[in-house]
Design a protein around this ligand. Structure first.
Ligand SMILES: Nc1ncnc2c1ncn2[C@@H]1O[C@H](COP(=O)(O)OP(=O)(O)O)[C@@H](O)[C@H]1O
Ligand SMILES: [Mg+2]
Length: 241
């Protein structure tokens, strides 16, 4: 199977704090990979390495066949356009309407005419079931709706890879489930490969084709959700209660 991300022996320390000790993993085209790990284990650091926001100390890191560590700024920006990144606190611009928020990532694409932009915005809103919110301000939306708009804004550039950093954190269980189902729906619709970082076990159950447990800076365990759910290992069991 074709891999869209390949990571080999990645290491990253901040001073004496050795965060990523030895991470190797692949993400296959079209796959949803869930990464489980306790707070502070380096999940966000890992994802930031993938988009070139943090430079690892050692290791190999390729995304869409490009060696991230050897790209110049221009090449990195081009690659980032193909990688959608939904941050933990997927902040919308509060002073902009939903429509303006969605237009924002399209502004760099100078070849797009306004009516083409309008179509893309409406399509993106339809994907997350929020066409009616087009003229609303972020402050008028619930947390779940803001998350959906954040997702729509990330998907509007049709990324080949999606990176979700704790997409359901801070949401109530029902809204979390809706967002998780939406992540699955988007995978099916666009055949996007995704890394989903979470400690929301329901989110993992809904979205994961494969799960990796990150512990103490390494990939501690790997398997399907069902396989890991049945594990007797204390470090793995902890996530499934
Ligand atoms: N830019 C940074 N500078 C220094 N330390 C950092 C930086 N980013 C993250 N860290 C440290 O790396 C560790 C892992 O952080 P993080 O990846 O955010 O954890 P999580 O698994 O909760 O996402 C933490 O100890 C954090 O303090
Ligand atoms: Mg984090």
């Amino acid at each position: 199977m074709e891999n869209v991300i390949e990571i080999e022996h990645l290491k990253k320390s901040f001073g004496n704090n050795q965060v990523l000790k030895d991470i190797s993993l692949n993400l296959a085209k079209g796959e949803n990979l869930v990464i489980l790990g306790k707070s502070g284990t380096g999940k966000s650091v890992l994802i930031k390495c993938i988009v070139g926001l943090i430079k690892p100390d050692e290791g190999k890191l390729t995304a869409l066949q490009k060696n991230i560590l050897e790209l110049n700024t221009k090449e990195l920006n081009a690659l980032r356009k193909k990688i959608g990144f939904l941050f933990q606190s997927a902040a919308l611009y509060d002073s902009m309407s939903v429509k303006e928020n969605l237009e924002f990532p399209l502004r760099d694409l100078k070849e797009l005419k306004q009516d083409e932009i309008n179509i893309k915005v409406i399509e993106a809103l339809q994907n997350v079931g929020l066409e009616k919110a087009i003229n609303k301000m972020p402050s008028e939306l619930s947390g779940g709706m803001r998350k959906r708009i954040g997702l729509a804004r990330t998907l509007i550039l049709n990324p080949e890879i999606m990176l979700y950093d704790e997409p359901t954190t801070g949401l109530d269980p029902i809204t979390s489930k809706e967002i998780s189902s939406l992540i699955l729906e988007m995978q099916k619709k666009f055949n996007t490969a995704s890394i989903i970082i979470t400690h929301d076990i329901e989110c993992a159950r809904i979205t994961a084709n494969r799960v990796i447990v990150l512990n103490d800076g390494t990939c501690y365990a790997e398997g399907t959700f069902k396989e890991l759910e049945q594990s007797n290992d204390e470090k793995i069991k902890g996530f499934f209660i």
